[in-house]
Design a protein around this ligand. Sequence first.
Ligand SMILES: Cc1cc2nc3c(=O)[nH]c(=O)nc-3n(C[C@H](O)[C@H](O)[C@H](O)COP(=O)(O)OP(=O)(O)OC[C@H]3O[C@@H](n4cnc5c(N)ncnc54)[C@H](O)[C@@H]3O)c2cc1C
Length: 385
Amino acid sequence: MNYELDHQDIRESVVRLCADFPGEYWRKCDREQAYPTEFVQALTDAGYLGALIPEDYGGSGLPISAAAAVLEEVHRAGCNAAACHAQMYTMGTVLRHGSEAQKQKYLPGIAEGSLRLQAFGVTEPTSGTDTTALRTTARRDGDRYIVNGQKIWTSRAEHSDLLLLLCRTTPRDQVAKKTDGLSVFLVDMREVLGKSLTIRPIRTMMNHATTEVFFDDMPVPAGNLIGEEGKGFRYILGGMNAERILVASECIGDAKWFIEKASSYAQERSVFGRPIGQNQGIQFPIAKAYGQMRSAELMLREAIRLFEDGHNPGEEANLAKLLAADASWAAGEACLQTHGGFGFAEEYDVERKFRETRLYQVAPISTNLILSYVAEHVLGMPRSY
Ligand SMILES: Cc1cc2nc3c(=O)[nH]c(=O)nc-3n(C[C@H](O)[C@H](O)[C@H](O)COP(=O)(O)OP(=O)(O)OC[C@H]3O[C@@H](n4cnc5c(N)ncnc54)[C@H](O)[C@@H]3O)c2cc1C
């Protein structure tokens, strides 16, 4: 797997950083469902989490391909960036749609890591995938808004200062299109936590620091509205391609980790007096997963190329996420099977990575919803929902 990749210098330094966070570190975090604070700090200190913030606001001003390279190498090294990847891209909504004053106020702190913006509240328990049916409301009251409602799966809320929150500001039955009347706010959780904001962690099958959050008459200064009231859904959608590209990069990294781990174990493990990797029943699933990973990676490169050329590559970004999530899952399955019983033993890290990579079939967007997007927007079939 030594074909040429972009951003070689960044990749090499990420590999060196990740060497300080071996399997034992992740196993301990996983066992205790603990936040990988030291790892997040190391990525922050290295400046990677501010990679996409323009230099004018204190970031590195790197292209998305550089951020993708960082996340891929983190995952390829057996680490997991889910604890902090959103610090890289959640700020995109502020960058694209925030006022100059908001950018000056927040982006430099986010770039240096003194301010965390890595919580993103869209999903709700009742609306789920049907985002425009969300029920959290923000009502204007003088120079502030009053927020009431609930979000679920708000990841990293306990490890974030700010929350990018999507609320309804005009009831659904009073807008021409159901995508109208939704607004985005930047909530400073430090001011309201324990008062009108409650965060409850959710234990999940992998260590993900996800939570549910409750808003009970939570005041948000009107100055924290991002862009125009009622246009929030478009602003959130505008950040989706970047998120798909970056999550696809993590899946590619996971797939490479599984494939490398599986092929080397297949050569070491000897049963019936020969390496198990000599059997085609072991070779083929790994080779097939490699093929899936390489084709997903090509689609990802195309999405990145178009994105960096200023296009809006909805088709390519969605397909890259779909194919990369499938490739990482296929590679995880092949890796677990190759390890036989040892695949289930914690110390091999395979079962942990297997649990971690399963998430990408569901979040941040489920496989079905990508297929619906392709069917409707690429192939012109009728909308199914
Ligand atoms: C660990 C984790 C972290 C997350 N982090 C965040 C976060 O930080 N912020 C945030 O806002 N959200 C977050 N999410 C939420 C995630 O985006 C949603 O779980 C996902 O979008 C699916 O929504 P749902 O769980 O409500 O499923 P539902 O909408 O209830 O759907 C259930 C199943 O039905 C399928 N389905 C629904 N409608 C259709 C349809 N029309 N056609 C075909 N299939 C359909 C879905 O694909 C899914 O498989 C996270 C989720 C998890 C599990």
